[in-house]
Ligand binder design. Structure first.
Ligand code: SAM
Length: 240
């Protein structure tokens, strides 16, 4: 059954105080049902209709991509878009699309303004990723920073790697950068990627300025934060 991924409506992004509690869960490791769930998704077709607003969002994103003509980076679940700005500055030759379904977060007008190679788009990733994978988009990097953890074991299907959209996320490819304050989330993502032959590594987030308000909030609260980095896709030349 397809589950809806719900929105976290806290105002953390504008007030990243240090009062955040670590994630607690009765899960002490990777969910034992994850592999079977992913096998089911591999053998099934996920054909939930695409909502009109997501189709429009994708069409607009396609126009940006066409007009830019260069390599692409996705910042999925970008929240207020601070990470989109940082990434766009670090990769000035890339088009960087920050995607989030919260109009409230996207419209917060954070300063300084986004550089010209970045855009924020309101969309639900469950539809957007499917459209992008079907259109054979190949982002060079795919950022997924502090996704909602949904830590109860029965919420597994709300986590992106436990959702039927996951095969489409994998098809998009690129180097995956995922960060979380819940190590088990990243271990699960790593094992889900491994089922698709994608290697990844989990390490502490480097001690640099925070990329996002959630990262800042977790740091201010003294919590550890980790990042998963997938191995770059194989160079087609290596097969020769
Ligand atoms: C915990 S917040 C992290 C935001 C930001 N990356 C940060 O670190 O500050 C998770 C974000 O994912 C977005 N989100 C969750 N599910 C989504 C979905 N299915 N489609 C689009 N955005 C989604 C939420 O709206 C929220 O902004």
């Amino acid at each position: 059954m397809t589950k809806t991924l719900s929105i976290d409506t806290s105002s953390t992004d504008t007030h990243p105080e240090g009062n955040s509690r670590p994630v607690t869960s009765s899960q002490s490791d990777v969910h034992p049902g994850l592999a079977a769930l992913l096998q089911r998704y591999r053998d099934a077709v996920f054909n939930k209709p695409v909502a009109d607003f997501n189709q429009l969002a994708f069409d607009r994103a396609s126009e940006y991509l066409c007009a830019h003509g260069g390599p692409l980076i996705l910042d999925s679940g970008c929240g207020v878009g601070d990470s989109t700005r940082v990434i766009a500055r670090n990769y000035p030759d890339h088009l960087v699309l920050g995607l989030d379904r919260s109009e409230d977060r996207l419209s917060r007008q954070r300063q300084p303004p986004l550089p010209d190679n970045a855009h924020l788009i309101r969309t639900d990733l469950v539809d957007f990723w499917r459209l992008a994978a079907a259109a054979e988009w190949k982002p060079e990097h795919h950022f997924l920073l502090y996704p909602n953890p949904y830590p109860k074991p029965q919420q597994l299907q709300r986590r992106f790697h436990g959702h039927p959209v996951f095969p489409h996320f994998v098809t998009l490819g690129g180097t995956i950068h995922c960060r979380s304050n819940w190590l088990i989330y990243l271990k699960e993502l790593a094992s889900a990627l491994a089922l698709y032959g994608v290697d990844s590594q989990i390490t502490p987030v480097p001690n640099e300025p925070a990329m996002t308000p959630f990262e800042q909030k977790y740091r201010n609260s003294g919590q550890a934060v980790w990042q998963l980095l997938s191995a770059p896709p194989p160079d087609p030349g290596d097969a020769r």
